[in-house]
Design a protein around this ligand. Structure first.
Ligand SMILES: Nc1ncnc2c1ncn2[C@@H]1O[C@H](COP(=O)(O)OP(=O)(O)OP(=O)(O)O)[C@@H](O)[C@H]1O
Ligand SMILES: [Mg+2]
Length: 241
């Protein structure tokens, strides 16, 4: 079989025939607070720590400094890997304030898709990245009115990631049913992973399932997962946490 990329998320690789197809592009879809950002961060951090694959985190929703602080709670020291040029955080949040994130080494001046593509490409070469995360697609602020333009932009972004050859995650938010904000992101990505918080009896549980993964025979079950002190763990064997 072709090369698989280990996700670094306990339980996930075993329901994906050992990992993700190398160089694929996966949409991480879920409502607010379902764990999308943590999921993607773990994929990048463990990629460096356990598999020696450098990574880029494009943060468009929360500032790089907030992301670092949150991830330190899981013992993931982003700063350390940034200093070692193994991890780059591209901060695109301050563009909404119409200024550059002056404290950051990598930041975006505008949220133009072309500029973003150029920057990802450049930083990929600079640190030799093999994993990329874009959090999130809706934060790119692509105009909803123009569906054709929107589809084209998201398509170009995901195709560039495939072209560079990195294994990538893009997040999107769902409102109610469906897999994405715009109803098109799932069609341009090669895989879709859905995170949910569902009601079970008198409490809520976090669940995960694979909706699509090209080149992969995956399990069709919905699995519970938990966010623990050291990150996300998926319970694939009927364990109750
Ligand atoms: N250290 C921690 N230990 C356990 N659970 C945590 C910890 N930190 C965050 N969480 C849980 O993770 C949730 C947020 O996860 P995350 O930020 O990844 O979600 P998200 O899907 O990206 O949400 P958003 O829509 O806000 O971007 C929090 O609501 C909280 O319940
Ligand atoms: Mg998030």
């Amino acid at each position: 079989m072709e090369e698989r990329v280990k996700t670094g998320i306990p339980g996930l690789d075993e329901i994906l025939e050992g990992g993700l197809p190398k160089g694929t592009n996966v949409l991480i879809s879920g409502g607010t607070g379902t764990g999308k950002t943590i999921f993607c961060s773990q994929f990048l951090y463990k990629g460096i720590e356990d598999y020696n694959q450098n990574g880029i985190f494009v943060t468009l929703e929360e500032r790089a400094e907030d992301l670092r602080k949150e991830m330190l709670r899981f013992g993931w020291d982003f700063k350390k890997y940034e200093n070692e040029n193994k991890l780059a955080i591209i901060d695109g949040t301050s563009t909404k304030l119409r200024k550059r994130a002056v404290k950051e080494k990598y930041s975006l001046v505008g949220l133009d898709i072309d500029a973003l593509i150029i920057e990802i490409n450049r930083v990929c070469r600079e640190i030799n990245a093999e994993r990329v995360v874009i959090d999130s697609i809706p934060s790119l602020g692509i105009k909803l009115e123009n569906e054709k333009e929107l589809r084209r932009s998201v398509y170009r972004l995901s195709t560039l990631l495939l072209e560079i050859g990195v294994t990538s995650f893009m997040t999107t938010e769902t409102l109610g049913d469906g897999f994405s904000r715009y109803g098109i992101e799932e069609f341009v990505s090669r895989g879709v992973i859905k995170l949910d918080i569902i009601e079970k009896g008198d409490k809520f549980v976090r669940t995960i399932y694979i909706r699509k993964m090209r080149e992969t025979r995956f399990s069709m079950e919905r699995y519970p997962f938990d966010i623990e002190h050291d990150g996300i763990r998926i319970y694939t064997r009927g364990e109750v946490f």
